[in-house]
Design a protein around this ligand. Structure first.
Ligand code: NDP
Length: 286
């Protein structure tokens, strides 16, 4: 058995108790034989940087970043991938040394979401009309990848409409390059006829109702909440009651975790068996 200190990773956020990321990475470890430990790191709302510095000093090699710190993580990174720079939000940090160029920030949320929709849910995005709710770190992280999948339109709606507008403006050139119509608004009067609803707000996390009218979606539309576990139940029930195909954020979580593992360890684990095992553990519908 090795006497080397084990490489430590974590999911850093507030709250983090609900996170399934430690279970997912434990399954990746079992599958790949990589020697690492993945923990939960609850950070005070005014103490994100101090928590990360403490974790790095105690042997941390990197972390995932969750609500509400993805923008702060972007600013903490010394270097960023192009997709993280476009998003202005980081959900993966690798604690590279100063000699290596300093902390590296990336964003795997968008790739995770697109893979889950197109591959796991078998709904190709090309040509679809997409309604994306929320303009926080999660929506910022996925918008670039959604655009790259070339839907016909993405309407970004947020409680604070100015934040949706700012995200649309920062992605305008990228959208034009891909021939995608982008629009922003508040949560009321978003229009109708959408094929796909993505809830990237934290409404479900706080137990709030689905923050948009069901009249916005076409019959049979896919309605996906980035939330997962018991907190997604209300959203999935709402989707079923209106004849939509409901989907939680577990597939996105597993896919983004696979990409994070690749960024840290240089190898991509198999995600399909991990998603199946997690669903069996949680016994929730997709
Ligand atoms: P942020 O705190 O950065 O942003 C929260 C967003 O939700 C804001 O747009 C906010 O609007 C909106 N919001 C909060 N409460 C309500 C409400 N009651 N009604 C309407 N809008 C509301 O969080 P993140 O963007 O980082 O995360 C959002 C969610 O996505 C979380 O639940 C997170 O767990 C989940 N997530 C899941 C992932 C996965 O892999 N499955 C990956 C990433 C995130 P306003 O701007 O007006 O305050």
């Amino acid at each position: 058995m090795s006497t080397e200190p084990i490489d430590r990773y974590a999911v850093a956020g507030n709250p983090v108790a609900h996170s399934r990321s430690p279970d997912i990475h434990a399954m990746f470890v079992a599958q790949t034989g990589e020697r690492l430990l993945y923990e939960r790191l609850l950070c005070p709302l005014d103490g994100f940087e101090a928590s990360l510095r403490g974790f790095a000093a105690a042997g941390g090699c990197g972390c995932n970043v969750t609500v509400p710190f993805k923008f702060e993580a972007h600013d903490l990174a010394a270097r960023r991938s192009p997709r993280a720079a476009l998003a202005g939000a980081v959900n993966v940090l690798r604690f590279d040394t100063e000699e290596q160029g300093g902390w590296f920030g990336d964003n795997s949320d968008g790739l995770g979401l697109v893979r889950d929709i197109e591959h796991n849910a078998a709904r190709p995005l090309a040509g679809l009309r997409v309604l994306l709710l929320g303009a926080g770190g999660a929506s910022a992280g996925v918008l670039g990848s959604l655009i790259a999948a070339r839907p016909a339109e993405i309407h970004l709606a947020n409680r604070s409409a100015d934040k949706a507008q700012a995200l649309v403006e920062s992605h305008a050139d990228w959208a034009a390059q891909h021939g995608v119509r982008l629009a922003a608004s508040g949560l009321e009067n978003v229009g109708a006829g959408f094929d796909l609803l993505i809830n990237g707000t934290s409404a479900s996390l706080s137990g709030a109702a689905v923050p948009v009218s069901a009249a916005a979606l076409k019959p049979g539309a896919l309605a996906l909440d980035m939330m997962y576990g018991p907190a997604a139940r209300g959203f999935l029930d709402w989707a079923a009651a209106h004849g939509f195909e409901g989907r939680d954020g577990l597939g996105m979580l597993v896919e983004q975790a696979g990409e994070s593992f690749l960024i840290w360890r240089g190898r991509r684990p198999e995600t399909a068996p991990v998603l199946a095992a997690l669903r069996a553990q949680l016994a929730v519908a997709p």
